[in-house]
Ligand binder design. Sequence first.
Ligand code: BDP
Length: 719
Amino acid sequence: MKSWSKLLGAVLALALLAPAWAQEEDGYDLWLRYRPLAGAERAAVLRHARTLVAPAAPSPTVQAALDELRRGVQGMTGRAPTAAGRAAAGAIVLGTPASLPAALRPSALAALGREGYVIRRMAPGVTVIAANTDTGLLYGAFAWLRAVGTGVAPDRIDERAVPKLQLRVLNHWDNLDRTVERGYAGESIWDWWALPDVRERRYVDYARANASLGINGAVLNNVNAKPEILTAPWIAKTAALADVLRPYGIRVYLSARFSTPLELQETDTADPLAPEVAAWWRRKADEIYRAIPDFGGFLVKANSEGQPGPQDYRRSHADGANMLAAAVAPHGGVVMWRAFVYAAENPVDRARQAYDEFQPLDGKFAPNVLVQVKNGPIDFQPREPFHPLFGAMPKTPLMLEFQITKEYLGYATHLAYLGPLFEETLRSETGRKAAQAAAGLTVAQVIEGAQVPGPLTGMAGVANIGSARTWSGSHFDQANWYAFGRLAWDPQASSRAIAREWAAQTFTRVPRALDDIVALMMDSREAVVNYMTPLGLHHIMGTGHHHGPAPWVADLARPEWNPVYYHKADRGGIGFDRTSTGSNALAQYAPGVAQRYADPRTTPETLLLWFHRLPWDHPMPSGRTLWAELAARYDLGVTQARGLRTRWAALAPFVDVRRHAEVAARLDVQAAEAQWWRDACLAYFQSVSGLPLPPGVRPPAQPLEYYKALRFPYAPGHG
Ligand code: BDP
């Protein structure tokens, strides 16, 4: 017996002391790994988290906070804190103004609002996590764990945080048959078939991960919605998920198909101004709210890519949105109405269409409507300028939509940390001002509500989450979920700091290794831009599935589905003229911005061909011609992609074998596909320009016809 327990002790000790790389990890734990600390760090956490003090009869939300603290401290130290009734040295005290004794109550709690928190040492050895609500306490608990997980000494943790946006929402493009549009992480996380009876443990872990970032909403189904989602059986399934997510501060929303009542044959029309239609939606909203009292509301894609909408009845987007808004308003719900619209019959530059459609409707939307605008005017490309609607609808709450799933950036097989992409949009200067303000607003300030008084603000991210063990289809794609959540909490945060925080919790805190991982992440998106769409090129990917290069495609039914529409390359040059001599999409930006982008010499090189059509011999700042510069960028992209691979290889000593190998395998694919993109694009652009390859540029590995003949009928994410 004795020797057995000795052996067990030895094994446990070994497990605790074993170097990181020896312990196999599969990524399921995300950034909430709580791996063992050693030495002084462990001792410090033990000293500061001996006991947990919470309000009597904790709510499910406070219970979740306590469970998480217990899990975290247990994982990091091997010993879970015990519950205590009274604060003494070594206690973490969770409390609201009502439950905290005056001596332990930090000042200015009111300013924390409904979701903010403060973490402060209020007596020797006593850490107080205070908030006005239980959700705030949960966020505070996660913040304490994050601080410890990123290496802050427990006695130094002193944090006060309030989210800058009200709605921080994931958009799942999940279908009812469990496929996921543009999903690269397996089937939908929602096992719709088994719901509402079977509630997977994974849903709770999903909720924990989101709560750790402050994500407080989830639209459960695809924006290309089916009418059935609003029928009784699916409302019951949605209600079951809402019950699981509620303690974590997460509200559920549904994507609604505009023609639902008509298609369910419960009305004769879907005209938003027809009284029977408005009445149907009111009844439907009442039914949903009976099952889900805190239902968030509807997300709607209307009159876009073939979806039905108010324009089918010659009504405006505002008519449609306001009708739905009236149905959910009595229950406190909102409507997130998407501005991603472009019409088949419209010959106008696609980049202009959303603005043309929506800007004139500024001020016409009901108070509980947010207009949800993609980050750029086309469609989640590796690089786009910010959408001109930001700042141009000063009377309408605008919700920013990012895509976390990498439809256009190499799926889950390429490493592309999207933090810099998100940050680039958020920090873009719109050239617009708030009333009476002196300085212009960034996109971040616009969505934070600088122009529109009232509390409706938000950010949406098209989720990259599925049933894959890694959740996101790859280890590094978890960072994109993380970065979205952190930027939705604070749109002015730094993507580099976020990368560091994530990597420290996900991989290692060894400073040199951490520096290298962060640097690799920060370089990765630009590498993708270089080998896919350098110098402002866009939308030159494969048809339908959007995998790989296909700049030659010119035969699709709608002009703006064809890559040739976007690059317009021929013997004379390349690029889309969006200045006054072309589509004049530029005029949709504020004068200062428009002026800067009107001249190729003052347009950032990164957006050159987005706004300008230029001859192949156009001189570039490097001294090269445009053609030579384009080739150099493609080459740089390939070099960078290969560099990611060698840089990651050098990190092997710091990462467990399994995750290291799983990342490495994907980086091999990425390097090969970067070469493919470069070769195929150069082969094609050479064929249309008729120019020889610039000196020193290696010819593509295969003739153009080879690339054109490649087919991918089973590429994921495309129904
Ligand atoms: C595009 C996707 C398509 C989506 C659409 C949208 O290719 O699958 O339905 O956006 O956002 O990027 O509605």
